[in-house]
Design a protein around this ligand. Structure first.
Ligand SMILES: CC(C)(COP(=O)(O)OP(=O)(O)OC[C@H]1O[C@@H](n2cnc3c(N)ncnc32)[C@H](O)[C@@H]1OP(=O)(O)O)[C@@H](O)C(=O)NCCC(=O)NCCS
Length: 293
């Protein structure tokens, strides 16, 4: 029986996937009265065969099983979870979606509703001066060799470029992981350099967004200057979302220290040393900047 369906809610921006709970336990958010035990999730994007949603703590059994297969983690540098609780704790603490508006996503096979693995983007702030967005994937062995990783990885790249407007995406693999290299190359990433990957020889691949262009500075809405000045004067701790140099949305809490102009561009500096161009501000305390790009 087909376990996947989409339901259009009142807003076209929101629709949901229902996913079969094919686990022996009943996850918390399962509808107990539903004989099919379906879970309803916010669909992020989809491909002909796959649906992508956020990971939740109720994916603990999937995560535990996935990392317990030595073949799956052979080239990843990861260790198996010792207990199911360890897997759950990892997922409970996983807050990349909130911090950076990207993350590794659960990949659901639409024809059966099965959790096939995960695929997605991860912001790695320490990999370069601007940070890098890294593509990663991991699937249960029974799904290998069917083109699933290629379909999933390509969809994540397109989502990263077209929806999120990222400048580039990188992929890092351990030497010898031929399947993974093939996936990266099939998706248009090219080899850049050798590097260390989890203490092993590794390869760095990357792809540039063909539609990326550096935007020239455009002054922000004048009402927002008042808001910023007030926040700085009162030394108020604010929740700030801004786009960094490669297009990643960074959510941070901070106090504005100073504003400065350089080459007719305006910058904000936070007390922790974070600096961003003012027109890259997305929202301040949840208030979205008018006309943000
Ligand atoms: C890497 C991984 C995602 C690939 O998944 P997949 O579903 O088999 O990938 P695809 O079917 O889309 O394509 C893989 C390609 O590699 C090839 N391939 C797979 N294993 C191979 C091997 N051992 N040697 C040579 N080629 C291999 C496939 O034939 C296919 O080639 P093709 O496109 O020319 O037909 C999967 O093996 C996996 O989950 N591995 C464990 C986690 C992992 O290593 N992640 C990457 C960390 S960087």
């Amino acid at each position: 029986m087909l376990r996947f369906f989409g339901v259009l809610a009142s807003s076209p921006l929101y629709y949901f996937i229902a996913e079969k709970c094919n686990l022996s336990y009943t996850p918390n958010n399962c509808n107990q009265t539903n004989p099919h035990k379906i879970r309803i999730f916010h669909l992020i994007f989809e491909t002909p065969h796959l649906a992508f949603r956020e990971l939740t703590p109720d994916d603990d059994q999937h995560f535990f099983n996935l990392n317990n297969d030595p073949e799956v983690i052979r080239y990843t540098g990861d260790k198996p979870f010792v207990t199911l609780t360890d897997a759950r704790n990892f997922l409970v603490q996983y807050d990349e979606y909130r911090k950076y508006a990207i993350g590794r996503w659960a990949v659901i096979l639409k024809s059966t509703g099965e959790f096939a693995g995960w695929c997605g983007l991860k912001f790695q702030p320490d990999l370069s001066e601007t940070g890098e967005v890294d593509l990663g994937y991991r699937f249960f062995r029974k799904f290998w060799g069917k083109g699933m990783a290629g379909e999933a990885a390509e969809a994540c790249i397109q989502y990263g470029f077209k929806t999120l407007g990222l400048k580039r995406i990188i992929g890092r693999v351990m030497e010898g992981n031929i399947a993974s290299v093939k996936v990266l190359e099939k998706c248009g990433l090219h080899f850049v350099k050798e590097m260390k990957f989890e203490e092993h020889p590794g390869l760095w691949y990357e792809i540039q967004n063909p539609n990326w262009h550096e935007t020239s500075y455009s002054p922000i809405n004048c009402n927002f200057y008042d808001e910023l000045e007030a926040a700085a004067t009162l030394k108020r701790k604010c929740v700030i979302v801004y786009k960094n140099a490669i297009g990643v949305s960074i959510k941070t809490e901070g106090i504005f220290k100073t504003f400065a102009a350089k080459n007719r561009e305006e910058f904000a500096e936070l007390e922790d040393g974070t600096i961003f161009r003012l027109d890259k501000l997305v929202s301040l305390d949840g208030k979205v900047m008018p006309g943000i790009s």
